[in-house]
Design a protein around this ligand. Structure first.
Ligand code: G6P
Length: 340
């Protein structure tokens, strides 16, 4: 693989901010992604024009024990405050290892890295279960970013465990007040700002003019995020994807494949923007940065997953970015949703 005369390495291990280990993935057409071993945290995903698609705060602290603010934190074994552990669990502020001998896992990408997290003795004090959490981060042809989590119960004593989870994706947007999310209207949600009270979304597309922190339930097959100013459309898919390589251009953005287990749903979507007041209370977030991000998080929240020893859960997230001009210049995500 060569680009501009220089060799492009598909997978490069190097040092990132504060000397932390990171892996850079490069796809032949020019897309890239960066993953820190700290948190198995994707901190960058760029398209073939070199445009950043994820938001990372300029104030992000790349230092334990703080999780990196932005990118794609992995929330495990607890999402949010839905349990007795620390907010969003501990996987996002642990050092993961490169998995040199991952179990067979078909892929048609050359740019991928397998990471693994196992509990330390200290973790076992807080959450007394043995597990192997394998995360594959891959860049597909055309620059799709694919994350697959495989979580296995390795308890020797027959103990099941229960967890919640999220890919806490921070999307980069030009101006939050110009962004619409379509596909969540009329759905039920739990409002984290109202004591997790259950309500029903009204009206048309979601637009943003104040703090939002909602867990949408029973989300439809596809959801679109429209960024008018950047002329970029994000579509979130939640149906099964037998062959992730065979999607047409409208099958863009975020594709989610559910759990291989029957129980639990991988598809509540959490929508979060702290807005101005909360932004000011966050040390690792700029006062005005709320304008340039939107979290839409594929999560397991209200129906946690229980795994018996030997059982494995798989949750997959696929992101791709498409200029909205590809949608005939007319942003109609409902059509995208219905036609794909
Ligand atoms: O500040 P953090 O622990 O990273 O959490 C950031 C946010 O994550 C999720 O979106 C939750 O729904 C929010 O309630 C929380 O504020």
């Amino acid at each position: 693989m060569a680009a501009s005369g220089s060799e492009r390495v598909a997978v490069e291990k190097c040092k990132g901010i504060n000397g932390l280990d990171k892996v850079v993935l490069r796809e032949p057409r020019g897309s890239t992604a960066e993953v820190y071993l700290y948190g198995a945290h994707v901190t960058s995903w760029k398209n073939d024009h070199g445009e950043e698609l994820l938001f990372v705060s300029s104030k992000a602290i790349f230092k334990p024990p703080k999780a990196i603010r932005g990118g794609i934190p992995i929330c495990f074994p607890q999402f949010g405050s839905h349990g007795s552990l620390e907010q969003h669990g501990f996987a996002r502020n642990r050092f993961w290892s490169i998995d040199t001998d991952p179990p067979p896992f078909p892929t048609n990408s050359k740019s991928f890295i397998d990471l693994i997290l196992k509990p330390s003795e200290e973790d076992m004090q807080k959450w007394p279960y043995s597990y192997e959490f394998r995360l594959r981060v891959a860049l597909g042809t055309g620059g799709d970013l694919m994350l697959t989590s495989r979580i296995r119960n390795t308890n020797a004593d027959g103990k099941p465990f229960t967890f919640t989870f999220a890919y806490h994706t921070y999307f980069s947007v030009s101006d939050i007040s110009e962004v619409r999310v379509e596909g969540l209207e009329t759905l039920d949600y739990l409002d984290n700002l109202q004591n997790k009270e259950r309500s029903t979304e009204q009206g048309d597309a979601l637009t943003f003019e104040s703090e939002v922190d909602k867990i949408y339930l029973g989300t439809p097959t596809k959801i679109a995020i429209l960024d008018h100013e950047k002329k970029r459309t994000f579509v979130l898919r939640k149906d099964g994807l037998p062959d992730a390589g065979k999607h047409d251009i409208l099958d863009n953005l975020v594709k989610l494949e559910g759990s291989s287990k029957e129980q639990g749903s991988f598809f509540p979507l959490v929508v979060w923007n702290p807005w101005d007041k909360k932004a000011k209370t966050m040390a690792d977030f700029g006062d005005d940065e709320y304008k340039h991000m939107l979290c839409v998080e594929a999560a397991v929240v209200e129906k946690p997953i229980t795994l018996k020893p030997g059982e494995e859960w798989k949750g997959r997230l696929e992101l791709s970015a498409v200029p909205s001009s590809y949608c005939s210049g007319q942003l109609d995500p409902q059509k995208v949703i219905q036609n794909s």
